[in-house]
Ligand binder design. Structure first.
Ligand SMILES: NC(=O)c1ccc[n+]([C@@H]2O[C@H](COP(=O)([O-])OP(=O)(O)OC[C@H]3O[C@@H](n4cnc5c(N)ncnc54)[C@H](O)[C@@H]3O)[C@@H](O)[C@H]2O)c1
Length: 263
């Protein structure tokens, strides 16, 4: 017998205050919108917001500029959020960049920037969110890692190393924080249609001497389902992890790859 009422509250995030980093566009935007639709107060943070991006963000989401690599800025923004909304109990560490090159051609400064944003940014934000979560007696941290944390694709050394580290931190923090009712999990998506991916598609199309469709096909054909993910799908998974369903897991890396990677 169907009893859908039983599932009604599984995704209800009313009463929670969520911060999403790198939320002006792409996956962060998808996550911010989804958490907001699930009832959370959502603060979307990013280094900058552009008009075009804001049109896609739901009305009611609060925007604050914040660079995840600047510890004092993160501290100040989090304190401001707690002052305004009373707590901070959901953190989505999403801000990230990509840089690809063969090992002998790596520009160390660019390698370091990837590490700074993808890895150290995640550490800084988590460090300063956890005390507020402990105070609230409840917390959820969703790290946006990548399938590339588990693959060994040529030219991905900076990106994959940063994401492999984020995936392992997820396991460690999952262990460290479970006693405080703070659960830490990572989403590991394959290719998602975001501005970051649009850049990769155009570069690949140029390299192959084809059009955008050809570039899309190149990446899509690497996936068993021959399609790229949409940002809404990443947002939906963030809601699952922050809601009641997510209560059963911590320290997990979840493969959102349509079968590309089994973890
Ligand atoms: N697009 C994909 O295929 C894909 C797949 C797996 C994982 N991811 C991960 O998803 C996350 C978002 O990627 P995306 O594809 O949406 O990229 P994107 O480039 O479209 O968006 C990234 C956002 O992060 C922001 N950002 C960059 N540096 C920042 C900083 N120092 N502080 C705060 N914000 C900063 C940018 O301004 C931008 O709005 C990244 O961590 C990325 O590694 C993306």
């Amino acid at each position: 017998m169907k009893n859908l009422k039983r599932f009604e509250n599984l995704f209800d995030l009313s009463g929670h205050i969520a911060v999403v980093t790198g939320a002006a566009q792409g996956n962060g935007l998808g996550i911010a919108n989804a958490l907001y639709e699930a009832g959370a107060v959502v603060v979307a943070t990013d280094i900058s917001f552009k008009d075009e991006q804001e049109k896609k963000m739901m009305d009611g989401i609060v925007k604050m500029t914040m660079d995840v690599t600047k510890e004092e800025e993160v501290k100040r923004v989090f304190a401001e959020i707690v002052k305004q909304y009373g707590k901070l109990d959901i953190l989505c560490n999403n801000a990230g960049i990509i840089y690809k090159n063969l090992v002998e051609k790596l520009e160390i400064e660019r390698f370091e920037t990837v590490m700074d944003i993808n890895l150290i940014g995640t550490v800084i934000c988590t460090k300063h969110a956890v005390p507020y979560m402990k105070e609230a007696g409840w917390g959820r941290i969703v790290n946006i890692s990548s399938s590339q944390a588990f693959l060994a694709s040529e030219t991905y050394s900076a990106y994959s190393a940063s994401k492999a580290a984020v995936s392992h931190l997820t396991r460690i923090w999952g262990n460290e924080l479970v006693k405080d009712n703070i659960l830490v999990n990572a989403l590991c998506p394959c290719y998602v249609m975001t501005p970051m991916m649009v850049d990769s598609i155009s570069r690949k199309a140029e390299e192959l001497g084809t059009d955008t469709e050809g570039g899309y096909k190149y990446f899509a054909d690497m996936l068993p389902t021959h399609r790229l993910l949409e940002i809404e799908e990443i947002g939906n998974w963030a809601v699952v992890l922050c809601g009641e369903l997510g209560m059963a897991t911590t320290g997990s890396n979840i493969s959102i790859t349509c079968g590309q990677v089994q973890l």
